[in-house]
Every structure is written in structure tokens, then in C-alpha cells.
Write a protein that binds this ligand. Structure first.
Ligand SMILES: Cc1cc2nc3c(=O)[nH]c(=O)nc-3n(C[C@H](O)[C@H](O)[C@H](O)COP(=O)(O)OP(=O)(O)OC[C@H]3O[C@@H](n4cnc5c(N)ncnc54)[C@H](O)[C@@H]3O)c2cc1C
Ligand code: FES
Length: 445
């Protein structure tokens, strides 16, 4: 009760509450006591008890020091992930389209039905579906949510226009170019609920070092904002590499969050002066020279967790560097936007594929499609096999990252070509990077 009183900041209200509470308590106690002992002049004693209680309570209430609102321990709130969630596809309207840099544009999506949006964990992604003229089927892609609010009014995606690789005669990125050129304010896009296992735990207290380059900045902004908005006790370092200011998306927004930032430009322009800290590429030497001394001073050790997102070569380099510095793998988390570095050891998947090994042929049952077919190694992955037989499972990355192709495995085992980066649900497999591992495989597809 004392703690409750201490929460009342106004001294008059606190005094009145304490007085009334103690007065009522003594009045009831005296009434019970007097009734029990059958004393005379009971009403006088009861009134005296109530008045005395009220007075003492009022004085006590006035002198009790209230708990300082600021010093009340704040534990970070958990995002309302899961609430208001929808199943499958939900139409979203592009409300705003904002150019963030030379090659990155943001899209603000609001549900067409006007209903509430579920929260999400900072770092998660959204899967969207695009009807692109000339494409045989809807194109599905995943994009990290690049903003954060506990109860979001919109979801923001920040998308880089993917050019064709140099020296290759292939078309430029299908979905990203369509988004930049053909998707405008008012366009409706179906989206699945936020998903993904690359997110920042706001309840931990270990410092978090967010390291990105290029469009890999998107999940990092969400993480940094969530930490600030939710009162997390994590110290955040935001390390980002860009070619120069022209290609550095969302710089002012990150500066406004109020975390430690280190920007490194590989080819800065004269007008970028004052907007970046060093020249070159983000590497672990920068962490050693700038981040570790600060951590050492702040907490007496360099213990931290590292979150990486960027080009595959960039992440490979940082991960190798961190390992050389003795940072344990379990303190390093990463998200690949495309086929990139190998995932941390996923014991379930590894054990399953080792046990399953490769088979020369397999009877594959697609239960929902009602098809039973014979698979051979030349048929490729289970996703390719399904597509070749006119079964069109959803997919996006085709690299074991985004979980879009995740499918329940009813019987048998699969053999992964490589360890998935994304972790499929228990009892499900990622068919984009797996082949049958037993003579019979039953997929709920
Ligand atoms: C979890 C996750 C989160 C992501 N978040 C973001 C994000 O926040 N922002 C963002 O911009 N992206 C993000 N991505 C990447 C995004 O999903 C798409 O992969 C990206 O936009 C490219 O899609 P696209 O359709 O434009 O390119 P695609 O058509 O898939 O092509 C990709 C590249 O391959 C090239 N190509 C085409 N044909 C060939 C060929 N025959 N041989 C070789 N190369 C070829 C294209 O020119 C292009 O450069 C994320 C991905 C994942 C998995
Ligand atoms: S399509 Fe992305 S994990 Fe399979």
C-alpha cells in the first residue's frame, strides 16, 4: 500500500488518500473491536478513532516522499506482435512514396480495409505480391520494415532499385524496378503479416552493434528506433557504409534517433564533408578502434551483440573479422537479402540432412494438389520439381532466407543443399533449397 501511495505525485491528493484510508481502516477496526467487547459509549470511541486515523494518515501522506516518476524502473514494452494479425494476403494501399537516395525509395503502406495493424519485432520483414505485366505469375518479394512504432499506423518499406549486374546480359531486378517505376500513391499491394527471425530483443541489456551497408540499413533503423521508443536499456551503435551522401538513404532520420553513429563513405564528395566520420569500407578495425574503447569505458568489457545486414561480400568480411577478434558466433546475427554467407549451424536441419543424405529417386506426394510423382536428381529442388509439374508454391528469395516457400513435411525427410539461413517452423521445410532425402516424401502442398 505504501508503494501505491508513493506513486501519487500530488502531495494534497496523496495526503487526502492516506488520511481517508487510515481513517476508514481504524473506524472498521474500532467498530469490530467495540462490538466484540460490548463497551459503552461506542459511538464516541469510533468517531475518535476515525478522526485520529484521518489526521495521522493525512500527515503521513503529506510527508511520504513520492517515487520519482523518472526513477521508476522501466522495462521495455513488448511490441504487440500477434495482435490484429491477419492470415494470408491483405490488401494495402501505398499512401506515400518518398525518394530517400539515388537508388532507394520508401513506400508507406496502409491497410485498405482501414483496420488496425499488428506490431512487429524490429528487424522483421513484410512479404508483398506484385502483378507484373509479362510475368507468368504474381511476383512475391520480401522487404524489411524500415520504421518502427509499437502500434503502427503504416508499414514502411525502403526498396533499392536493382540494376542488372555489370557484364551480364540479363534484365534488371523485376520487382524493385516495378516498385520504383509503376507503383505510385494509391496502388494496392497484397501483403502477408510481418515475419522473420532476425530481430533485436529489446529486453536484453547487452550493447547492440548494428552494422550495415547500402540497403542493409532498413532493418537497422527499425531496431535503433525500437530501442529508443520502447525504453530499452541497450546501448546502440549504428555503423553504416555508403558510397557517398547521394547514396546514403535515411541519414537524417538515423541522426535524429539519438544513438551512436559511425558513417564511412567509400567515395565521398566534397559536399559530404561533415556528414561522415571516415573514408573506406566498414571493417572490424573500425569496431576495434571506435566502438570497443567506448564499451570498455562504459561497462568494463567489450561484450556486445552484432547485427549485420548488407551485401554478401560485406557480411562475409565482417563475420570473418569478428571471428578473428574472438567474438563468438552466437553473438553475431545477420540477414541476407540475397544468397550470401552460410547460416550459423542449425542443428535440426544439419542433423536431418546428414541422416537423410541424398537419394537416387523418391516418390513425392503433394497432398493438397493430389499429385504423386517420381523425383530424380535432375529435377532439382523440391520447389523446382513442384513448378515443373504445374504446382505453384509461393517463393521469394529461393535461397533459404525469407521462409516464403516453407511447407509442412508430413512424411519422410529432406536433404538441404545448404543450411537454411531462415529457421523453418518445427515440422516444416524450405523447399527452395531442399531435395528428397528419403524414398518417400509427403508435402502438404
Ligand atoms: C528477408 C529479406 C529482406 C529484404 N529487405 C529488403 C529491403 O529492405 N530493401 C530492398 O531493397 N531489398 C530487400 N530485400 C531484397 C528483395 O527481396 C529483392 O530480392 C530485391 O528487391 C531484388 O528483387 P528484384 O525482383 O528486383 O530482382 P530479381 O528479378 O529477383 O533479380 C535480382 C538480381 O538478379 C539479376 N538477374 C536477373 N536475371 C539474372 C540471371 N539470369 N543471372 C544472373 N542475374 C540475374 C537482376 O538483374 C538483379 O540484379 C530483402 C530480401 C530478404 C530475403
Ligand atoms: S523462397 Fe525464401 S526461403 Fe524459400
Amino acid at each position: 500500500m505504501l508503494q501505491d501511495l508513493k506513486q501519487i505525485q500530488n502531495p494534497v491528493a496523496r495526503s487526502a488518500t492516506a488520511g481517508l484510508t487510515l481513517s476508514s481502516f481504524l473506524l472498521i477496526a474500532s467498530a469490530l473491536g467495540l462490538g466484540f467487547f460490548k463497551l459503552k459509549e461506542t459511538h464516541k470511541i469510533a468517531v475518535l478513532a476515525a478522526v485520529t486515523g484521518g489526521g495521522v494518515g493525512a500527515i503521513a501522506g503529506a510527508v511520504i516522499a513520492p517515487t520519482k516518476a523518472k526513477s521508476k524502473p522501466t522495462s521495455p514494452k513488448t511490441a504487440n506482435a500477434g495482435q490484429n494479425e491477419w492470415k494470408d494476403w491483405r490488401p494495402f494501399v501505398v499512401r506515400r512514396k518518398v525518394k530517400e537516395s539515388e537508388e532507394i525509395t520508401s513506400f508507406y503502406l496502409e491497410p485498405q480495409d482501414g483496420g488496425p495493424l499488428p506490431g512487429f519485432k524490429p528487424g522483421q520483414f513484410l512479404t508483398i505480391q506484385l502483378d507484373i505485366p509479362g510475368q507468368p505469375r504474381p511476383v512475391i518479394r520480401t522487404y524489411s520494415l524500415s520504421d518502427y512504432a509499437e502500434q503502427p499506423q503504416y508499414y514502411r518499406l525502403s526498396i533499392k532499385r536493382e540494376p542488372a549486374p555489370k557484364n551480364l546480359d540479363v534484365p534488371p531486378g523485376i520487382a524493385s524496378n516495378f516498385m520504383h517505376d509503376q507503383v505510385h500513391e494509391g496502388t494496392v499491394l497484397p501483403a502477408k503479416p510481418p515475419n522473420g527471425k532476425f530481430f533485436l530483443d529489446l529486453n536484453k541489456t547487452t550493447p547492440a552493434i548494428l552494422i550495415s551497408n547500402g540497403v542493409g540499413i532498413t532493418p537497422m533503423i527499425s531496431m535503433a528506433k525500437a530501442c529508443k521508443h520502447q525504453g530499452s536499456h541497450r546501448t546502440i551503435w549504428f555503423l553504416h557504409g555508403a558510397r557517398n551522401g547521394q547514396f546514403h538513404a535515411l541519414r537524417d532520420e538515423v541522426n535524429d534517433i539519438g544513438v551512436n553513429v559511425l558513417y564511412r563513405y567509400s567515395r565521398p564528395r566534397p559536399e559530404d564533408e561533415g556528414h561522415y566520420q571516415s573514408t573506406g569500407y566498414i571493417d572490424t578495425a573500425l569496431i576495434q578502434s571506435e566502438v570497443w574503447p567506448a564499451l570498455q569505458q562504459q561497462q568494463g568489457s567489450t561484450a556486445a551483440e552484432y547485427f549485420l545486414c548488407g551485401s554478401p561480400a560485406f557480411m562475409d568480411g565482417i563475420r570473418a573479422g569478428l571471428r578473428d577478434l574472438g567474438v563468438p558466433d552466437e553473438n553475431v546475427y545477420f540477414e541476407s537479402f540475397s544468397k550470401g554467407p552460410k547460416a550459423k549451424s542449425d542443428k535440426t536441419a544439419a542433423a536431418k540432412s546428414a541422416a537423410a543424405g541424398a537419394v537416387e529417386s523418391s516418390e513425392v506426394v503433394f497432398t493438397q494438389s493430389g499429385k504423386t510423382l517420381t523425383w530424380q536428381p535432375s529435377d532439382g529442388t523440391l520447389l523446382e520439381f513442384a513448378e515443373a509439374n504445374n504446382i505453384d508454391p509461393p517463393y521469394s528469395c529461393r535461397a533459404g532466407v525469407c521462409l516464403t516457400c516453407m511447407c509442412p513435411l508430413k512424411e519422410g525427410e529432406v536433404s538441404y543443399e545448404e543450411e537454411p539461413t531462415g529457421t523453418p517452423d518445427e515440422g516444416s521445410v524450405l523447399i527452395c533449397i531442399s531435395k528428397p532425402g528419403t524414398k518417400r516424401v509427403v508435402l502438404d502442398l
